[in-house]
Design a protein around this ligand. Sequence first.
Ligand code: HEC
Length: 165
Amino acid sequence: MGGRRSEEGGTIGCTAPNRYLAVMKFKKILAWGGGVIVIAGIGIQFIPVDRTNPPITATIEAPPEVMTILRRACFDCHSNETVWPWYSYVAPVSWLVASDVDEGREELNFSQWDAYSPDRCAHKIKECGEEVAEGEMPLWFYLPTHPEAQLTQTDVKTIVDWSKN
Ligand code: HEC
C-alpha cells in the first residue's frame, strides 16, 4: 500500500515535466516538419521545366492595331515569343506557367501560323473573337501579374471586328 502511494505521488510529481516534454516533442515535430518542407521546397527546384521558345516559322499577319493587342495580351501563351517571368523559374509556380504556355501553344500558336490550313486559320481567328468577347481570354489569373494585358472595350471590339472578316 505504502509503496503504491509513493508511486502515485511520483506520478503526480511528474505531471509538470510531462507537459514540458510534450511541448518539447511538439516543437521538435514542428522543426522536423519545417525542415522537411524547406528541403522539399529546394528539391523540387531541380525538377526540369521546359521554358523553351521554339523557332518562329510564320507569324500571324493582322492589321497593326490587332497585332498590338495580340502581342500585348496573348503572345505569352500563344506564341513562341514567350517572355518568361522570374516566377516561372520558381517551382511549383513554374509548373503552372509552363503548363499554361504549353497548352496555350497547343491550342493556338501565332508563331507557327503556317502549320494551319487557311480554313483552320480562319477558324482560329473566329475563336479568338469569341473567347475575347466572352472575357475568357486572356486567362483571368494572368492579369494580376500582367495588367497591360487587360483588354479595354475598344480592344475587345477591335479583335471581334477583325475576327468577323
Ligand atoms: C496565361 C496564358 C494565356 C493567355 C495570356 C491567353 N491564353 Fe488563350 N488559351 C490559354 C490556354 C491554356 C488555352 C487552352 C485551354 C483553354 O481553352 O482554357 C487557351 C485557349 C485559347 C483558344 C482556344 C479556345 C478553344 O476552345 O479552342 C483561343 C482562341 C485563345 N486561347 C485565344 C486567346 C487570345 C485571343 C488571347 C489574348 C487576348 C489569349 N488567348 C490569351 C492560355 C492563354
